[in-house]
Design a protein around this ligand. Structure first.
Ligand code: 5AD
Ligand code: SF4
Length: 393
């Protein structure tokens, strides 16, 4: 394959993506340059900020890779009070972040649904509806998603983790609480409820192939997401998947693979929002900046109070939070400027993709059912626009 010719295309087959993910030397430079051009042309040079609030590390699930899985008794569990959460929200609002992300483990109860609803209303009041709210609270019922949407949440992050059902099975306990089909259904619900939907995967997992990663990118295109957050898998001592650590690529190779995933995704989905994730920073202190240079346009400063930061350890060496660090904004801004971008203060930063999709569809309360493409199509036909999963047209 000729990399230059390949990079002129708008859509790639599985084989072509696998080729790009394997690029090294000059080919890798060409890929990164191409992604940077695509970023400048389609999402300008702006970087949007989302203040991340990890409001509880309690989780009912037991994903085999995650440090806060319910079976991990080493973790001290915490739940922030409403006041603590609202203080963090105020910090984001006063720091002119365009939006906040409320993230938690997966908790399913009427009480939890109501609590999030109440928080959403408080945030709406605090900012006069001018702060966008993203939720990342796992799998919920359609009714719960809808209620949160009606109360002011406009974006939702739910990573598929891997779009390969077989690999998904290997990463999760085999029981009804950890079903690939449920996760897919939830992505469908979220679209139907009217959210800007974000998904993502972990990169460099045990048992994961390059084809799996290529399919992950095609999956994101297939379900037409607005936002993506993906980063390297990082092993955690107190998890069952730690036993597979000998199979892993080196951290540096996982990091490079994650950058290539971001670059190829930018070429495949030119106008979506792509996060420079914390897991990148956990491997390389300049990781997020490097991601901004090859296609990412979102940074999520962690504004969870410092006293809780040691307890939300999805993986080891999670970087510290923004709170209690006076120089944080200055260094963040320097990082963004160094990457050749501009910090977009006070802007929502909805993805261009969403804006185009939403044009003419009115307010967020409108029923968007008709624009939803069933994600189950992924499982049945495995057809992707202009390409098929196995590269055969
Ligand atoms: N390494 C990297 N990412 C992880 N996550 C959970 N555990 C790990 C890990 N060990 C990610 C998952 C999840 C998100 C909240 O954190 O993708 O969706
Ligand atoms: Fe819970 Fe999410 Fe961790 Fe799974 S990945 S155990 S759902 S916090």
């Amino acid at each position: 394959m000729n990399t230059n010719d390949l990079l002129k295309k708008d859509c790639f087959t599985t084989e072509e993506i696998v080729y790009l993910l394997g690029a090294n030397g000059n080919d890798k430079t060409l890929l990164f340059e191409s992604a940077a051009r695509c970023q400048a042309e389609n999402v300008q040079n702006k970087v949007y900020l989302r203040g991340l609030i990890e409001f509880t590390n309690c989780c009912s699930k037991n994903c085999l890779y995650c440090g806060i899985r319910s079976n991990n008794r080493q973790v001290k569990r915490y739940t922030m009070t409403d006041k603590e959460i609202m203080d963090a929200v105020r910090f984001a609002w006063e720091s002119r972040y365009g939006s906040v992300v409320l993230q938690s483990g997966e908790l399913i109860s009427d009480g939890f649904t109501r609590r999030v609803e109440k928080l959403l209303r408080k945030i709406e009041r605090l900012s006069d509806g001018k702060l966008r709210v993203t939720l990342s609270c796992g799998e919920q019922s359609y009714d719960t998603y809808r209620r949160w949407f009606e109360n002011g949440a406009s974006r939702y992050l739910l990573r598929i983790e891997s779009s390969n059902p077989e690999l998904y099975k290997k990463l999760h306990p085999d029981n009804q609480h950890h079903r690939f089909e449920t996760r897919m259904k939830c992505l469908e619900y979220l679209k139907k409820a009217g959210y800007q939907v974000g998904t993502g995967v972990m990169i460099g997992l045990p048992f994961q192939t390059m084809e799996d990663l290529a399919h992950d990118l095609l999956f994101m295109k297939q379900i037409d997401v607005d936002m993506v957050g993906m980063g390297p898998y990082l092993e955690h001592l107190d998890t069952p998947l730690y036993a597979c650590r000998h199979q892993l690529l080196s951290k540096e190779n996982r990091f490079q693979l994650a950058l290539k995933m971001i670059a190829v995704l930018r070429l495949l989905m030119k106008d979506i929002n792509i996060a420079a994730t914390t897991a990148l920073q956990a491997i390389d202190p300049m990781g997020r900046e490097k991601a901004l240079k090859v296609g990412a346009n979102i940074i999520m400063p962690n504004i969870t109070p410092g006293r809780y930061q040691d307890f939300y350890t999805l993986y080891e060496n999670m970087p510290c939070t923004a709170e209690d660090n006076e120089d944080y904004m200055a260094s963040l801004e320097a990082l963004i400027t160094l990457a050749g971008h501009e910090t977009a203060y006070g802007e929502w930063g909805d993805s261009e993709h969403y804006r185009r999709r939403d044009k003419g569809q009115g307010t967020r309360k409108k029923d968007l059912t008709e624009s939803v493409r069933p994600v189950s199509v992924w499982l049945s036909t495995k057809k992707i626009k202009g390409a098929t999963v196995n590269g055969k047209q």
